[in-house]
Design a protein around this ligand. Sequence first.
Ligand code: ADP
Ligand code: ZN
Length: 534
Amino acid sequence: RIAVAPARFDSALEALHTVYGYDAFRGEQAEIIDQLARGGDAVVLMPTGGGKSLCYQIPSLLREGTGVVVSPLIALMHDQVDALIRNGVRAAYLNSSQTAFERAEVERAYLAGELDLLYVAPERLGSEATKRFLERGTVALFAIDEAHCVAQWGHDFRPDYLALSELAERWPGVPRVALTATATEATHQEITERLSLQGARHFVSSFDRPNIQYRIAPKLEVRKQLLDFIRTEGRDAAGNAVAGIVYALSRASTEKIAAFLAQNGIDAMPYHAGLDAATRRRTQERFLRDDGVVVVATIAFGMGIDKPDVRFVAHIDLPKSVEGYYQETGRAGRDGLPATAWLAYGLNDVVQQRRMIDESPGDLAHRRRLASHLDAMLALCETVSCRRQNLLGYFGQQSEPCGNCDTCLEPPASWDGTVAAQKFLSTVVRLQRERNQRFGAGHLIDIVRGKRTPRVDQYGHDALATWGIGQDLSEQQWRGVVRQLLAQGLLQATGEYGVLTLTDESAAVLSGSRTVAFRTEPERAVRSTRRAAP
Ligand code: ADP
Ligand code: ZN
């Protein structure tokens, strides 16, 4: 017998009180829920911990039928469904971890109208059989969690997500919501287009985490620096050790660093995907349960770990993207109390990551994408202005200097780059206005440095007024200038080819009404790796 799951509550607030035991909605939750409950679509950009789950769970309880949630993380699905069931919500999931028998029971419950919420892995929802099955019952809404996975431009693309574009055609009357905690303007647009959410209401919350102090230091002796950091920051006011996460790129280094910290009296344990499941579970449980545990981990650690009192997140290797950095540092201070995000990065990180990009499988467009992610991360590392301003700016959010990051607290050495910026920006503007041409950083740098290349000859760019006006800086320094112009929002890179164009802010620099400061760059590798002459 096929039936429709009835609406469980009359009002959102009633559901909030009864199911979750909370008093009031936070931020835009109430508006988002209202939009979906009334049958509209929504795109929700909200930071981790902001409370995205309620935004689709409650409308599912208010509408007839079953809310179908697409979620890529099987472990997370499991936890969410368990928590819902404990709160009296009829929830279940369909994924590859189940036996055929378990799946059949979930399918029966869905068709009998006995489910308020059904979590489905994206590869499953992509299959025709699953779609036909869902059509036999009644879907209250579709929630697409971690929606940034649909964006090829993003840092976490999953091909399975592309098939979700079909939901709009197959279920034209069913509201859909896409949610993510990491979205730049480019990713936001891609989500909107690929999931056919042009008619949706967009809810963009503040990405600021004011209680997190951001600090980025040059990497010198990283073990010693990390130990000093944990010794000074790793205790609360009463002198007790606090919980922290140290992120490293390789599995081997998580083990070595954890052993090093343990030798130095810190309760540290490694965590990475290469450890057996029992060890990982034990580490995770100790981290959640005991006070003062430090986990040294690859980025495999943290997804779905809801520990509110993580006091610090330290990165001893450079994250590959600002999105990743934001997501990982966001695991600190979810209780709203002061927390620290500390990152040590050195030139080797840059060299290593550039090489990894060059060697990575995939086409040129893919490598360009990775490179642009790295450039944005480097720009954050090198900014002379507020880290938070830069970070929020990356997510398209304007803000004032925060007073709670290293550059605000101890302003770094910088140089006046106004003239250099003008030279470069005027080259961009001339090419665009006089010739209707756009180029990437490499060719523009060749022009300002007056470097003759086949491309310069082909386009006759040596006839430009700005040809060769920037010979006072090296190519490397120009790269730094461009990177920092991008970081400061005075230039933007667009499209697969990363062509540079001006922003609304650029005009003030060109007219001389705004000055530009650049962080004095660390010495280049050439110096330290070059052998002394015999
Ligand atoms: P996200 O998915 O955005 O990372 P969650 O949905 O997991 O966030 O919510 C984060 C935490 O905040 C959870 O513990 C959740 O129960 C809690 N929470 C969400 N909304 C509210 C609210 N309105 N009042 C109190 N706590 C809330
Ligand atoms: Zn600041």
